[in-house]
Design a protein. Structure first.
Ligand SMILES: [Zn+2]
Length: 92
């Protein structure tokens, strides 16, 4: 019995035993690699072809494998801080 949950880094789906998941990762040679899901491979967990394609597309376009949710959270904090400053400046 597994004591932890594996969550898709793209869509947030929870891995079940029968799912065909993938690991997406960047090698030491800076190549993008995709392998069948393995707990010993360090990389992004993706739940299937659609989410693997999203990760590949993002890496090709931006050079990042980070999920939009993770990067979005950091970005949202920056935007919120910026908006707060604008409101503070415009408040008087
Ligand atoms: Zn997914």
């Amino acid at each position: 019995m597994k004591m932890f949950q594996v969550i898709c880094d793209e869509c947030g789906a929870t891995k079940k035993e029968t799912n065909h998941w993938w690991k997406v990762y960047v090698t030491r040679d800076a190549c993008l690699a995709i392998s069948p899901y393995s707990e010993v491979v360090v990389g992004k967990d993706v739940c299937g072809q659609a989410c693997a394609s999203k990760a590949v597309s993002r890496w090709l376009a931006t050079g990042f494998l980070d999920s939009p949710a993770l990067r979005g959270a950091a970005y949202a904090d920056e935007i919120e801080a910026e908006n707060w400053e604008k409101r503070a400046i415009g408040a008087d």
